[in-house]
Design a protein around this ligand. Structure first.
Ligand code: PMP
Ligand code: GLU
Length: 419
């Protein structure tokens, strides 16, 4: 049998996030002492009422409609009306087996070049390649917290005015942990609108904003924004695989086309999970408390890690949402070079080998390979215990909430200072 493959997978490797998770799990199984700050998975358990809804719906065995269970689409639309005062109907919602799949489908179907701020999450660019789409990295700057600047976007749109453009924005950001405020979103929306850029707004970390202050760009550009989200982050349910897209009413044809591809590929999202997700999107006091406590934990741990890094002259944007930080080790460049480390990939490999601390190289997020930075996921702690602790003692510190993460940062900084 001829075992060679053809494009478009040429040059692609297994996704970095999933690969580091599997590598760390193998090392742990071999008895190695590993601190998992590489993979980005919510440390928190799924809220009890949502787990209960799932077990009550385990018997749901029928295939559901391709676009999603209507009652869930209704609950998602109601969530967006309640949370962000968007005017939207269930018919504008598409449910998928994880937002990652929906992000791929939209790239496959919607014509145009993809604009990615540099750095961006690991999977957008490979998905563009799989969809045979051109993508452009736009530079961001340290002084802007590595968030896309509207003037950079404007210059790009002017330069490529003859081509249709899609902007993939993600905030709070994976990998930086920073996010836009309302005025920054308004300014970006103005440019996108003026140049008729479709905005795919990946707001999957929105509800993990540490101060509960996430705002959507759809508020400023409703007719041109598709909001991507799901259960994986704020609800701790990454392995449940449920993602949501909210389309503008004017882009119903795009939703319909994505559903055509869905109908020929994944068919529909798991039925019990969809029933349980209704409970999650309906909200209520238990979910509100879960969010309040998980945000407090993430804020506390994120700030502690940020402080520990800054103390050692490791620059990184202040975390305001999600569970990531983007440390830049450039201040140690000559020291690292002396140790034979010239790229972020070499940095992460050596760090894991010598200390057991796993991080992901920023080259996987579109940064130049010699930019000596990494993505750090501060999630290696028992989220259930941390929620309990913060409920009992709202001033619990990061050492109590996430001892292994703090230990990991100490190991990392000691390693950096050594020799
Ligand atoms: N966007 C970002 C920025 C992510 O970090 C992830 C990882 N979970 C996803 C999208 C995909 O999430 P899911 O497929 O679990 O909905
Ligand atoms: N989004 C997570 C991360 O960035 C992992 C899940 C995935 O990549 O699908 O680490």
């Amino acid at each position: 049998m001829n075992t060679s493959f053809t494009l478009p997978t040429a040059g692609l490797k297994p996704s970095a996030t999933l690969a580091i998770n599997e590598q760390c799990n193998r090392l742990l199984a071999d008895g190695k002492d590993v601190i998992k700050l590489g993979f980005g998975q919510s440390p928190f358990p799924v809220p009890t009422s949502v787990v209960k809804a799932l077990s009550e719906n385990a018997h749901q065995k029928d295939y559901l409609p391709v676009k999603g269970l209507y009652a869930l689409r209704e609950a998602v639309a109601a969530y967006y009306r309640r949370q962000y005062e968007l005017s939207c109907a269930p018919e504008q919602v598409l449910i998928g087996p994880g937002s990652k799949e929906l992000l791929f489908l939209i790239q496959l179907i919607y014509d145009g070049d993809l604009i990615l701020p540099q750095p961006s999450w690991v999977s957008y660019a490979p998905q563009a390649q799989l969809a045979s789409k051109r993508h452009h990295w736009l530079p961001t700057y340290q002084e802007d917290g590595y968030l896309l600047n509207p003037e950079t976007l404007r210059a790009h749109c002017v330069r490529y005015s003859s081509r249709k453009q899609i902007l993939l924005l993600n905030f709070p950001s994976n990998p930086t942990g920073s996010s836009f405020d309302e005025s920054q979103l308004g300014a970006l929306a103005e440019v996108a609108k003026a140049h008729e850029v479709l905005v795919i707004s990946d707001e999957i970390y929105g509800d993990t904003h540490h101060h509960g202050q996430h705002q959507t760009i759809a508020k400023f550009y409703p007719e041109g924004t598709v909001i991507s989200s799901g259960l994986s982050k704020w609800c701790g349910a990454g392995g449940w695989r449920l993602g949501t897209f909210l389309f503008p009413a004017s882009l119903r044809a795009l939703l319909d086309q994505m559903a055509v591809v869905a109908s020929e590929t994944f068919t529909s999202t798991s039925a019990p999970i969809q029933y349980a997700a209704i409970k999650a999107f309906e909200g209520g006091p238990e979910i509100a408390q879960y969010l309040q406590h998980s945000r407090a934990v993430l804020g506390r741990v994120g700030n502690k890690v940020h402080g520990m890094l800054k103390e050692k002259n490791i620059n990184c944007p202040e975390p305001v949402g999600g569970f990531y930080l983007m440390p830049d080790f450039s201040a140690y460049q000559s020291h690292l070079n002396q140790r034979g480390i010239y790229t972020s990939s070499e940095l992460c490999t050596t760090l894991l080998e010598e200390t057991g601390v796993a991080l992901l190289p920023l080259s996987d997020f579109g940064m130049p390979s010699d930019f000596l930075g990494a993505r750090l996921s501060y999630v290696d702690f028992d989220g259930g215990l941390a929620l309990q602790k913060i409920a009992e003692d709202p001033s619990a510190n990061a050492e109590e909430l996430a001892p292994k993460v703090v230990q990991g940062i100490q190991r990392l900084t000691n390693w950096l200072m050594s020799r």
